[in-house]
Design a protein around this ligand. Structure first.
Ligand code: SAM
Length: 226
């Protein structure tokens, strides 16, 4: 991205800018590609099926979020969309859908979820768009778990014990939310045995997985976020 560069618009972007927002040639818009901060651009060509923007100059630097992954088991379509949208809004740096022992979802629409992450970043004025990974198995992900990444996993079975993040410090993190059926005994045993694992309760109520994702992101951001 640079001043003087022109950017071609897709049909959807042109529809949004020219039909929904009713902008025309000469209008100023904010532009970001998730990697180079925010830029101001001017509408140069406004068409029904496309258009072109002329980049004028940078308006804000790139602000990358903390190195925080959100790992979750996909549920119903609308609720999975919600989780991705809220994770992007709340500053997750990477979103990883996983299949666990009790996950029903066999596949996800990765492109659709990625589009939700872009929309969420646009909505909250962020300049970073978290990548949404392909669906993978939780056990395989844990097999290759990086030594330097801490994992906070939310488990309703701890609600009596109220374990918390305690004296945890920043760095590389992941939050893991279980599926509607919860974690299996084998998964729990494995997660508790991980060297850099932090099991947490989100309170005495059993939350829906999408609610739990937002609650866990809030807990992490308020305790360890910048
Ligand atoms: N199947 C479980 C049951 O009925 O007991 C409930 C699973 S809950 C709907 C889905 C996920 O949300 C859980 O695996 C956990 O990660 C998270 N979760 C929900 N409520 C929680 C709580 N009170 N504390 C910690 N995690 C919670």
């Amino acid at each position: 991205m640079g001043a003087g560069q022109s950017v071609d618009l897709t049909r959807d972007q042109a529809h949004y800018l020219f039909a929904v927002m009713r902008l025309g040639p000469g209008a100023r818009v904010a532009l970001f590609n998730g990697q180079a901060g925010e830029w101001t651009a001017e509408v140069a060509v406004a068409g029904k099926r496309g258009g072109r923007l002329a980049v004028l100059g940078q308006s804000a630097p790139q602000l990358d979020p903390p190195d925080l992954w959100l790992i979750f088991a996909p549920i119903k379509k609308a609720r999975t969309d919600f989780i991705v949208e809220k994770a992007a809004e709340m500053g997750a740096a990477r979103i990883l859908p996983v299949q666990t022992a009790f996950t029903n979802a066999e596949r996800i629409r990765q492109d659709r979820l990625q589009a939700h992450a872009v929309e969420a970043a646009e909505q909250c004025g962020g300049t970073f768009v978290p990548p949404v990974d392909a669906l993978q198995r939780l056990d395989k992900l844990l097999d290759a778990w990086p030594e330097d990444r801490q994992i906070m996993f939310a488990d309703e079975a701890l609600s009596g014990a109220r374990e918390s993040l305690g004296a945890a410090t920043g760095g590389k993190w992941a939050i893991l939310i279980g599926p509607e059926g919860g974690f299996s005994d084998a998964e729990r045993t494995r997660l508790h045995a991980m060297p850099r694992a932090h099991p947490v309760s989100l309170g005495p109520r059993i939350l829906r997985a999408d609610t739990a994702a937002v609650a866990a992101l809030t807990l992490w951001q308020s305790t360890l976020g910048d």
